[in-house]
Design a protein around this ligand. Sequence first.
Ligand code: ATP
Ligand code: ZN
Length: 283
Amino acid sequence: MKTLKIAIQKSGRLNEKSVEILKNCGLYFENYKSSLISTVTNFPLEILFLRDDDIPEYVQDGIADLGIVGENVVIEAGADVAYLQKLGFGKCTLKIAVQSTSNITELTQLNGKAIATSYPVILQKYLTENNIDAQIRNISGSVEIGPGLGLSDAIFDIVSTGGTLKNNGLKPFKNVMDSEAVLISSKGAALLPEVQELLQRIQSVLRAKSTKYVVLNVEKSKLQDVVNLLPGVKSPTVVPLFEEGWVAVHSVIEEQDFWEKINQLKAAGAEGIVVMPIEKIIT
Ligand code: ATP
Ligand code: ZN
């Protein structure tokens, strides 16, 4: 078996969740803050800990076969890689913001204006698509101080709560891109059996994360009403209880409409509802 290399962020917003998802796949490895590389003991895989900005190129060039990194960073780097899976964490939005006092309300008003950003590639793409001719000021950090200093009329940056914008006298103007952490691979590695195996494990962890295992008791006369509410992986499991006329129903439900579903089940006659986390769902 080929030993794969996966690049993840060494420290920062994506590090913890990246390590967690690999551990949840059942991979054993040491995670010392000081190490740059770690060997997985029960799968042919080495983990490289890098700055996130370096990950797309390492993967494109095949130095790492796989990587976990923000979609925004991959697009900004213009890396030619395969997208294997969105990972559901590291979510953020890249926005254009203007001064709170600004009278800019239409995109066309950005023509001839200066925009400060650390994401010139994504911004240029957006401006070109919208036929806007603005000047991009590429700066590496703290872009939000640009307008205050007279460096730019607007900024383009990652915005999460908007607190930083407000503190710098700015307001959001246009959402340009939603981003989240993604699993990427080099084009050459995407179809390797070891890569597909790892991808399947990650997908089974993601599926499990968004679902819960539910066991409940119901009188047989109300069983159909309860079953109608439950999708399950195929269909719910129904087992008889010792008490005549009663059954236990085992099923899997989606986290997102969890409480709504539980209330509907109770209303339909479900009792003694037990909810458990699921580790993996292998289909
Ligand atoms: P590195 O030292 O690895 O270069 P960094 O400082 O460039 O780290 P982080 O701030 O750790 O990067 O952010 C990593 C990624 O997390 C971003 O590229 C983005 O995809 C995602 N992210 C999610 N929310 C935010 C946010 N509020 N601000 C910045 N990045 C965010
Ligand atoms: Zn970075």
